[in-house]
Design a protein around this ligand. Structure first.
Ligand code: SAH
Length: 220
């Protein structure tokens, strides 16, 4: 890890992290693999130093450019849903943001591909993932509405910004038997959807109400 408070004292200690994980388990997160990953990934290294002391609260936090690092419960739940049919070999994430969700995935699946439309966030996420010595994440500056065709199909796709409708390219880049997890809806409130692909059929169900930043077109 980065030298910055790497040992973790006070509000960023392993004990504080353990307490968050206990709270997540009490709130229904059952997959031990996911709980272990959240126990191991130091969320405080994925936010600015000024917010470090709040990193293990179960809340979203600002990461600059008007974007947020997702609430730990949401990260845990989406990851749990993604792993439910079996550990995916390759996962595509849309919305790298801080890189935290990618870091959690990198502990659990062989290959993570993550796309971010804001260049400055992507650069910071890349540094953080390198500092965390997670080398199985590949990042790309691009528009998630187009997916990442070069490495498709993906056994799992996780969308961490909210589109108004499921993007067609992502459905096409989902592998046979694969699962996509995405918040879909307008500003402020969305349904978290799970979509399973069987051949050309897509089975869809709603699992929770969530609130994500909007998925925007183009890159900056
Ligand atoms: N997974 C992130 C959460 C980031 S918030 C984390 O763990 O920190 C959502 C992110 O999605 C923002 O950084 C935003 O810039 C990005 N985003 C929004 N629309 C996008 C698009 N079309 N393609 C790629 N990224 C997008």
């Amino acid at each position: 890890m980065r030298e910055r408070n790497a040992t973790g004292i006070g509000m960023t200690s392993q004990r504080t992290r353990d307490r968050l994980v206990e709270a997540l388990a009490a709130q229904g997160i059952q997959d031990e693999r996911v709980l272990t990953a959240l126990r191991e990934v130091p969320r405080h290294l994925f936010v600015d130093e000024a917010l470090e002391s709040r990193a293990y609260e179960n809340t979203p936090l600002p990461i600059g450019e008007g974007q947020t690092i997702s609430q730990p419960w949401v990260v845990a739940r989406m990851t749990e849903l993604l792993l439910e049919p079996g550990v995916p070999e390759r996962v595509l994430e849309v919305g790298t943001g801080s890189g935290y969700q990618a870091a959690v995935l990198a502990r659990l699946v062989p290959r993570v591909y993550s796309i971010e439309r804001i260049g400055s966030l992507l650069r910071r996420a890349r540094e953080r993932l390198q500092a965390a010595r997670l080398f199985n994440c590949q990042l790309r500056h691009g528009d998630g509405y187009e997916g990442w065709p070069e490495y498709a199909p993906y056994d799992g796709i996780i969308v961490t910004a909210a589109p108004e409708a499921l993007p067609q390219a992502l459905l096409e880049q989902l592998a046979e038997g694969g699962r996509l997890v995405a918040p879909v809806g307008g500003a402020g409130y969305q349904e978290l959807l799970v979509v399973d692909r069987h051949g050309d059929e897509y089975q869809q169900r709603k699992v929770a109400g969530v609130s994500f930043v909007p998925m925007l077109k183009g890159r900056t």
